[in-house]
Design a protein around this ligand. Structure first.
Ligand code: PGA
Length: 252
């Protein structure tokens, strides 16, 4: 099933998060959940509250986290382990988001460790890749993404396509209001699909590939129409429940 995931980044207190969930739930109906798997990834401080509201109101909405440490415990001040997230019913963990790669030292090797730790804790990593504007203009987009996949997915094997998700997020399209065109995005997601099939055979065929970068209600349908795009990772537009519901119901 297609997957649309809201990445709230560093937004919303836990009280605001509860309200956002209630508003979102109010705007969606059973037909929507039948067509799209909906996931929200709030900051760590809201996970417990969002988990509680999802369970109390029986919302068919999944819970994601935005980051994780790869060790299971230890002297790592400020970090959160995979086991801690799994106990909160977190099922997806974003790893290697470009903001973390650019600002917090998440190299491919770090992303790889995190992805493996997420899998070991029986959650699903959402592995993000994407080129910068400079790299795109130099004609290096495919090469950069191939390198990120090689590093981030090294030594990982899967037998069920649902175990992992790959998100293609061109850095120049994130938070800029300037999305890629569906054709540009699909050129890269086609290459990602070929890589995943080389890597994992039949399982690689079914791994969901998301597009991310200034996705909104007006442009989502164009991306979803592409054969190798199976959903979206949505930043800014996921903070407003009206807008996020509009993105989720992309066929309307
Ligand atoms: P954006 O962010 O939708 O605000 O561009 C996307 C992302 O970073 O996942």
């Amino acid at each position: 099933m297609d997957l649309i995931m809201g990445n709230w980044k560093m937004h919303a207190t836990h009280l605001e998060a509860i309200q956002m969930m209630q508003k979102l739930f109010y705007r969606l109906n059973p037909d929507d959940y039948a067509r799209v798997e909906v996931v929200v990834a709030p900051p760590f401080t809201s996970l417990r509250s969002v988990q509680t509201v999802i369970e109390a109101d029986k919302m068919p909405i999944g819970l994601g986290a935005q980051n994780v440490h790869w060790e299971s415990e230890g002297a790592f001040t400020g970090e959160v382990s995979p086991g801690m997230l799994a106990k909160l019913s977190v099922s997806y963990v974003i790893v290697g988001h470009s903001e973390r790669r650019a600002m917090f030292g998440d190299t491919d090797e770090v992303v790889n460790r995190k992805a493996k730790a997420v899998l070991a804790a029986e959650m699903r990593p959402v592995v993000c890749v994407g080129e910068s504007l400079e790299q795109r203009e130099a004609g290096e987009a495919l090469e950069v993404v191939a390198g990120q996949l090689a590093g981030s997915l090294a030594g990982i094997s899967i037998d069920d396509p649902d175990q992992i998700v790959v998100a293609y997020e061109p850095v120049w399209a994130i938070g800029t209001g300037r999305s890629a065109t569906p054709d540009d995005a699909a050129e890269v997601t086609d290459a990602i699909r070929a890589d995943l099939v080389d890597r994992w055979g039949e399982a690689g065929e079914g791994v969901r590939i998301l597009y991310g970068g200034s996705v909104n209600q007006g442009n989502i349908a164009g991306f979803m129409a592409k054969r190798t795009i199976d959903g979206a990772l949505v930043g800014g537009a996921s903070l407003d429940p009206d807008k996020f519901a509009g993105v989720i119901r992309y066929w309307i």
